[in-house]
Design a protein around this ligand. Sequence first.
Ligand SMILES: [Fe+2]
Ligand SMILES: [Fe+2]
Length: 153
Amino acid sequence: MPHVTEKLHQDHEKVEKMFKKLLQTKDDDASTRQKLCQQIATELRAHMEFEEKVFYPALRQAGDGAGEKVRHSVHEHNEAKQLLDQLISCDPKSEEFLDIAGQLQEAVEHHVREEEDSIFDLAQEKLEDGDAEQMAMRHDTMAREYKQQHAAR
Ligand SMILES: [Fe+2]
Ligand SMILES: [Fe+2]
């Protein structure tokens, strides 16, 4: 099993690609926008849930300002969640749609950059290999469960 940060990095890349597709859609392609929006929402929510419930708590005690980094990250998650809610409730045919999508994409990109630059280093340094691999497995299980639950709605 790879290190948990590899799993998280893969999620980051996946969402980045979805955003690229979304930002290229036209105002008359509401169904593609809706579909991509739902995919992005599911990916982001599953990812943030894992980080908030499993990954961040494991790092909180690691020293080197970890507590502050985690608090800052959770704050950025909350900002992203608000933008995501705005995007979901926005009419996909409206002029604001791509504007909100762009704001969310930027917020996520900024967060991902910070996370990969500071939190991932900390995780690679402080987590025991066994724990990091176990967390990677937990990541996959939680993501699968989240997606099953939300497909069933
Ligand atoms: Fe992340
Ligand atoms: Fe995050």
